[in-house]
Design a protein. Structure first.
Length: 180
């Protein structure tokens, strides 16, 4: 596998892992809980998901040929909770992720040498990819944190549970102390 393929594969893997993490968190929240912000200065899960999807659609539609901030995007509206049904929210979320992943999969090695624009600012393609990845991961962390609070005692951890690292390591790697 060449360096380009490795880079794109690793990028897609990281995006997909974060998507899955957010979705596993959201599954643990009631329909009503999706629309509850922790306080007046934070966003609900539904709003964060709407914003992420809107951002991905804007950034990754015609990624190489148009500015990543599309003229028809209404970013401020993304922070208004308008989805009343979970299915409607998840469909929009999926649309954003599909736009991203299809665009990433269509890139060629030569595309990495190109310049794209986001809000009129020039970015190399790798920088634009990393900018999107960082932005998306930031918001996935928010989704997980709010979901954790919403789920309360019913939360099922998404990673290694507290106090179980040694057990996890032993199960997956055995006795590492005797290995070089």
């Amino acid at each position: 596998m060449n360096r380009f393929s490795q880079f794109i594969s690793a990028t897609i893997n990281t995006f997909e892992a974060n998507k899955k993490m957010a979705e596993r968190a959201v599954e643990q929240v009631s329909d009503e809980g999706l629309h509850v912000a922790l306080d007046d200065h934070t966003n609900s899960i539904a709003v964060i998901m709407k914003h992420v999807a809107g951002n991905l659609i804007s950034r990754w539609t015609d990624f190489l040929t148009t500015d990543g901030e599309k003229p028809d995007r209404n970013r401020d509206e993304e922070f208004v909770d308008t989805f009343s049904e979970r299915a409607e929210l998840l469909a929009y979320w999926e649309r954003g992720w599909t736009t991203l992943l299809e665009s990433l999969k269509s890139l060629t090695a030569d595309d990495l040498e190109k310049t794209v624009y986001i809000r009129g600012d020039a970015h190399t393609v790798p920088l634009a990819i990393q900018r999107s990845l960082g932005h998306t991961c930031y918001h996935v962390g928010q989704i997980v944190q709010v979901a954790r609070v919403q789920a309360g005692d019913n939360w099922n951890t998404l990673t290694i549970p507290r106090g179980q690292s040694e057990e996890f390591n032993q199960k997956h790697w055995g006795d590492r102390k005797s290995q070089p």
